[in-house]
Design a protein around this ligand. Structure first.
Ligand code: SF4
Length: 61
């Protein structure tokens, strides 16, 4: 499974970064980027996915 961030949907709100700062990072373009999928703090990014207000995070097999 691969974590996908849809940059067109992402508003840069920072929710994913606050939940999983080792996996997600808001960068200079004010969009979330996946910096380390393995860095997820144990929620398997499900929590970030569920909490993203823009539904910009998805999993792809
Ligand atoms: S929670 Fe969603 S909209 Fe907010 S920064 Fe992360 S990917 Fe972007």
């Amino acid at each position: 499974m691969r974590i996908i961030i849809n940059e067109e949907l992402c508003t840069g709100c920072g929710v994913c970064e606050s939940l999983c700062p080792d996996a997600f990072q808001i960068q200079d373009d004010e969009k979330a980027h996946l910096i380390d999928a393995e860095g997820c703090n144990g929620c398997d990014c499900q929590e970030a996915m569920d909490s993203c207000p823009a539904s910009a995070i998805s999993l792809q097999e």
